[in-house]
Design a protein around this ligand. Structure first.
Ligand SMILES: Nc1nc2c(ncn2[C@@H]2O[C@H](COP(=O)(O)OP(=O)(O)OP(=O)(O)O)[C@@H](O)[C@H]2O)c(=O)[nH]1
Length: 215
């Protein structure tokens, strides 16, 4: 299943094609925060237990949403959180119209690293990129180490919208992507760039541990 869409190109991302608007959304954040699971939940409505397959490089899926009567096709890029793939993901920032920046509410380090991610975003992404901060895995209430208020405070500090999500239960997943789609619906005509990437170079995956959303 890995790289099923690899090799195709996103033509006209960010352009206005009549009623269909197109936008590229990139998922970023530390390894293991749940980026792939969030995408699988959004795209397939599933959370599959199995082995933790860490993303290598970048993968993507498309999904069309209807917001306020307008169809918005999101091309969602799932990036590798691991440090060793950072140079690969850097190259994709400039083509992203929106970024979902994730941390894991059960992993303090992933929250502490958000500032570093924001610095990276500032350096590599478009200035007017749509950005949202997500605290994922809120279903794991007993393991939570990052309070909701801390997430809210950080988001406020940086002026970005914030939500807590669960790829496992589905909480707020559709809502987060819909909020992004709404923003892109308004902004899409101002974002005329087309991504120049070759996904098939990067869409391999590797098995890294246990307990994941993929079978
Ligand atoms: N309880 C719970 N576990 C989750 C959730 N989302 C992801 N996980 C688990 O967290 C682990 C990592 O999930 P991934 O989606 O592969 O993480 P990732 O951010 O894509 O990781 P990289 O590909 O290495 O960057 C897996 O074991 C998942 O089962 C969630 O919402 N709740």
């Amino acid at each position: 299943r890995v790289g099923a869409l690899g090799g195709s190109r996103a033509v006209g991302v960010g352009r206005d094609f009549g009623e269909l608007r197109l936008g590229a959304v990139m998922l970023v954040g530390d390894s293991g925060v749940g980026k792939t699971c969030l995408l699988v939940r959004f795209k397939d409505g599933a959370f599959l237990a199995g082995s933790f397959i860490s993303t290598v490089g970048i993968d993507f899926r498309n999904k069309v949403l209807t917001v306020d009567g307008v169809k918005v096709k999101l091309q969602i890029w799932d990036t590798a959180g691991q440090e060793r793939f950072r140079s690969v993901t850097h190259a994709y920032y400039r083509d992203a119209h929106a970024l979902l920046l994730l941390y894991d509410v059960t992993n303090k380090a992933s929250f502490d690293n958000i500032q570093a991610w924001l610095t990276e975003i500032h350096e590599y992404a478009q200035q007017d990129v749509v950005l949202m901060l997500l605290g994922n895995k809120v279903d794991s209430a007993q393991d939570r180490v990052v309070k909701r208020e801390d997430g809210e405070k950080l988001a406020k500090e940086y002026g970005v919208p914030f939500m807590e999500t669960s790829a496992k239960s589905g909480l707020n997943v559709e809502l987060a992507f819909t909020a992004i789609a709404k923003e892109l619906k308004h902004r899409s005509m101002k974002l005329p760039n087309e991504p120049k990437f070759k996904l098939h170079d990067y869409v391999k995956k590797e098995v890294r541990g246990s307990g994941c959303c993929r079978s």
